[in-house]
Design a binder for this molecule. Structure first.
Ligand code: FES
Length: 91
């Protein structure tokens, strides 16, 4: 029997037009940096996604593996967002 492979879970940053206008590209880069700094690169993978349907509340970050949605994420809030995602991974 083979052991189930642990694949990194996606942290999705909306790259739709409204979030993009609100600097979602920078948010994605900051979260990726924070993931690497936290040594969580083997557990989390930062990805872009299409419009998440919450345009008025962007930039939006989704961690579907634990049902988390972060709205209005500002660059200075990215460490806090990542902390919550990592804490949710422990559950
Ligand atoms: S563009 Fe990001 S939620 Fe629509």
């Amino acid at each position: 029997m083979t052991k189930k492979k642990n694949t990194p879970k996606p942290v999705k940053v909306c790259a739709g037009p409204n979030c993009k206008n609100r600097k979602s590209k920078k948010i994605a880069a900051l979260i990726e940096e924070a993931v690497q700094a936290a040594g969580a690169g083997d557990r989390l993978r930062v990805k872009k996604c299409a419009c998440a349907g919450k345009c008025k509340h962007g930039p939006v970050v989704l961690f579907a593996a634990r049902g988390l949605v972060f709205e209005g994420v500002k660059p200075k809030k990215t460490p806090e967002v990542l902390q919550k995602i990592i804490a949710a991974l422990q559950d």
